[in-house]
Design a protein around this ligand. Structure first.
Ligand code: SUG
Length: 448
């Protein structure tokens, strides 16, 4: 049976703005308070989806969330009509209004962790929504994420959904941003690689000193148990705390994997030799030939990696077995990174081609090409069971582009978030979107 890795990209929501909400994420901090352009952000994301579709990849789309999240503001004590809730929050607690307006659900690599059916005990594709509880503005995503994933992957003969882990720091879970899967073929059993930043209960694991480590070992282990993964198909690794302190807030800012290949920075992990040996041995048990491409710090520093987002690229398999990297424009602008990439593609190794995309609107909040997509490996019958409304086609691209042009503003500043009109605009747009993508009712304003 044919198998595919489908990339579901997050559609940027109408309230995309620079709230400076993510301490430890250098781009989010340094672009705080700038004016954003939600329309451009959404169109940049759609252009990437269209390009991948035209290259022959199966491409999907994941809907944004309802923002401002008035229900979340009500849980924090604001009351009255929706407009009054927003007006009070703006007057009394602007940071809470900003958090409730974040379009951060666009970074769907954080929506959840996905294990393909070839890896799981019951032979279904398993999803666990990420609790994202390190940051308040992200912790409010998972209930809607679960409903949207449920509407996309509804057939329970093929798909199993798990609720987010308990919402406490010990189970901090950032989803697929800290999870990679290696395999020979997408449809064969693989090795799932969970990278954590700290342990909640075991003091032997060092923690970063400056910035938070968002993912815990205990969360990763819980996800592996929920998905029914076998021990010989799982590898855990600790992220190097020193790089978290340099702005590597997710593992996908310093490493990316696909098929049998891991592309990573020399400083990405602790205990790197042990980690690589375990990946090699476990993939060999599944018939795979693990290949690690290490980027030396002498060629690309951690700082260059964080600024350019070299590793937040999409590593994609081409029909001839070679691979291609989808990188953000910032990689071309960084001389050392660009030189490294020229060398990599010329070396005759597995990675033959680099394609550059302008994702500046998302990048300025710390979200590159890989943050914007959730990978789901599917066989033909599973793909046939996915809600067809969310699979990208040329007509869907046109419809979504027109929808964005009709509903999105081209400038948004913090002061605009208090405008009650923005809530109405978003709801009107999202109501139409659920019809376009055939999702049914998934938003709080549609179900309450
Ligand atoms: O969680 N930025 C996101 C970026 C997530 C990137 N995802 C991956 N690496 N997979 C975050 O830090 C910034 C929002 C703001 O500041 O307005 C933000 O949430």
């Amino acid at each position: 049976m044919k198998t595919f890795e489908v990339n579901f990209d997050g559609l940027v929501g109408p309230t995309h703005n620079y709230g400076g909400l993510s301490y430890g994420n250098v781009a989010s901090q340094s672009n705080s308070q700038q004016a954003s352009n939600p329309r451009e952000a959404a169109l940049q994301g759609l252009a990437k989806m269209k390009a991948l579709m035209e290259m022959g990849f199966v491409q999907g789309v994941l809907a944004p969330q309802e923002r401002p999240d008035v229900a979340a503001l009500r849980r924090l004590g604001f009351a009255g009509s929706d407009a009054q809730v927003i007006e009070q929050a703006a007057r009394q607690a602007m940071p809470l209004l900003v958090a409730s307006c974040s379009a951060s659900s666009m970074w769907v690599a954080n929506a959840g962790t996905v294990s393909p059916s070839a890896d799981t005990a019951d032979g279904r594709v398993h999803f666990t929504a990420a609790n994202l509880n390190c940051k308040y503005h992200r912790s409010i995503e998972h209930p809607t994420t679960s409903r949207v994933l449920g509407a996309m992957f509804a057939d329970d003969r093929h798909f199993a959904h798990h609720a987010a882990l308990p919402a406490v720091a010990q189970f901090g879970d950032e989803g697929a941003a800290n999870h990679t899967r290696f395999c020979r073929e997408y449809g064969e059993a693989g090795v799932e690689f969970f990278v954590f930043g700290r342990s909640a209960f075991d003091t032997r694991y060092p923690a970063p000193q400056k910035y938070p480590a968002r993912q815990t070992l205990e969360a990763s282990q819980a996800v592996a148990r929920l998905h029914g993964l076998s021990d010989d198909g799982v590898v855990y690794a600790q992220q190097n705390p020193a790089v978290i302190d340099q702005g590597v807030f997710h593992n996908d800012v310093i490493a990316v994997g696909n098929g049998e290949v891991l592309f990573y920075h020399e400083d990405a992990f602790l205990d790197t030799d042990r980690v690589l040996a375990e990946l090699r041995d476990k993939l060999a048990l599944r018939g795979g030939n693990f290949q690690a491409i290490c980027v030396p710090r002498a060629q690309v520093s951690v700082d260059d990696a964080v600024r350019s987002y070299l590793f937040n690229s999409q590593l994609l398999s081409r029909a001839d077995g070679s691979m291609m990297l989808i990188v953000p424009e910032e990689c071309r602008k960084n001389e050392r990174v660009w030189q490294y990439l020229q060398g990599l593609t010329a070396s005759g190794g597995r990675v033959r081609e680099v394609k550059v995309f302008d994702l500046k609107q998302s990048m300025q909040n710390g979200g590159g090409p890989a943050c914007l997509r959730l990978r789901v490996a599917l066989n033909e019958s599973e793909l046939a069971a996915v809600n067809p409304g969310v699979i990208m086609t040329a007509p869907l691209y046109d419809t979504l582009t027109q929808w964005v042009e009709r509903h999105y503003r081209d400038s948004l500043r913090e002061s605009d978030l208090a405008d009650p009109q923005l809530l109405l605009e978003c709801r009107t747009a999202l109501d139409e979107l659920t019809q376009i993508l055939k999702l049914g009712s998934v938003y709080p304003f549609q179900i309450n």
